[in-house]
Design a protein around this ligand. Structure first.
Ligand code: BGC
Length: 387
């Protein structure tokens, strides 16, 4: 069966322009290691509803390169040097826009909104009004709905070679959410191999917001068959257990003594096969980890993961209170990625910084409500190094 909980990408009316319609950039592909900028520019040149789709490259002098399309703000390639110095692309994705449109949705690399993760039965209330969202994941709403931010064309500007600024206005009522929401997401690459993502939003009517990025990583290199050998630490001593539809039950459970204890470094595969009701519900890890509280606001370390093979290490820092660790359980070999290899079960993982799933229906969870006159502002950093 195709990935059980993935929604089929809606037809978004994207008319791809024929290859070669854009003038050729002069940047030589060789300067970008395995990222072929000329081919990617061609393969991402398109237009939908009068909005141009393209691809943008962030580069630094330390051999890190990131390719991002303004279709869904998706990171389509992210190349970092391993311990042998070899540039390695460590994210899943496709090397052309057509594949994002024709393959079932796995949210590869995308900006997720208006609400990351699940809302029970797609329903929530604000000030006595009940809002009904599109239900696209069994009985629940997932990742902003079929036409969530991952499937929208964002306005893009690139002030310099390190920065990409994306803007999107989500209209009042879009996918069932109240209020015109004006969103800005900025990707910035530093000279020390940190990809920083700043999220900002304002609304003209009370609404809910929970934005994240849905990059899937394999630090052995894109297309490698497993992530179970990766060694992970999560700075969380509690997680939110879920029911069989992956909606939090409302309690915070201690990770101590459970397969969810990543407080000290552990291979992802070590306990994933344990007989455990929560692992059964998630088909593996697909849970919200509550980050240890900190005294001061600002970025703090949420998770560290490395590949013993390549020595590539990813540290995730965030201002968010939680992180979803998803071990790629619904990948089943159906999707074929940019390397030509199929994405197999647990061949990539996500670490999605966030507020808790279903928070609008769970009064004890930190609030995700945004009011007019207030600014939603969060930051997450994917910092790459060597182990
Ligand atoms: C969810 C998974 C889902 C995946 C892709 C993750 O954020 O927690 O349940 O399968 O996204 O849709």
């Amino acid at each position: 069966m195709l990935m059980k909980n993935l929604s089929i990408l809606p037809v978004v009316g994207l008319a791809l322009l024929a290859a070669g319609c854009q003038s050729e950039p002069s940047a030589p592909a060789a300067a970008l290691g395995s990222i072929d900028t000329v081919a990617l520019k061609r393969a991402y040149a398109g237009e939908t509803e009068g909005k141009a789709v393209s691809i943008y490259f962030l580069r630094n002098a330390a051999q890190m390169q990131v390719a991002i399309t303004n279709f869904g703000g998706r990171v389509v390639a992210l190349q970092v040097p391993g311990k042998d110095g070899k540039p390695t692309d460590v994210v899943t994705g496709y090397n052309n826009l057509k594949d994002y449109l024709s393959q079932p949705e796995a949210y590869f690399g995308a900006i997720i909104g208006r609400y990351g993760n699940r809302i029970a039965r797609g329903k929530f209330q604000l000030d006595g009004t009940t809002y009904q969202l599109a239900v696209n994941n069994g009985v629940n709403a997932l990742h902003g709905g079929p036409k969530g931010f991952h499937n929208q064309v964002w306005d893009a500007s690139q002030p310099d070679a390190h920065t990409l600024v994306l803007n999107y206005i989500s209209k009042d009522g879009e996918e069932g959410y109240p209020g015109n929401l004006s969103v800005q997401v900025t990707y910035r690459l530093s000279e020390d191999n940190q990809l920083r993502i700043d999220y900002e939003a304002t609304t003209d009517k009370k609404t809910i917001v929970n934005l994240t990025n849905h990059s899937y990583f394999n630090l052995n290199g894109d297309g490698d068959s497993t992530i179970l050998d990766h060694v992970l630490t999560i700075n969380a001593d509690k997680f939110t257990p879920v029911d069989s539809t992956l909606i939090p039950t409302g309690i915070l459970q201690d990770v101590k003594g459970t397969p969810f204890d990543f407080t000290t470094a552990k291979a992802i595969g070590k306990d994933i096969g344990a007989s455990d009701a929560q692992l059964k519900n998630g088909l593996g890890y697909d849970h919200n980890f509550v980050l240890k509280p900190v005294a001061t606001a600002g970025l703090r370390e949420a998770a560290v993961v490395y590949s013993p093979n390549t020595g590539i290490q990813l540290t995730v820092l965030t201002t968010e209170p939680a992180i979803q660790f998803y071990s790629g359980n619904f990948l089943d070999g159906t999707l074929q990625g940019k390397s030509g290899k199929k994405y197999m079960h647990r061949s990539a993982f996500c670490l999605e910084t966030q507020h808790y799933p279903d928070a609008p229906n769970q009064p004890s969870f930190p609030s995700t409500t945004l009011e007019p006159g207030k600014k939603y502002q969060t930051s997450t950093v994917y910092a790459f190094g060597k182990h």
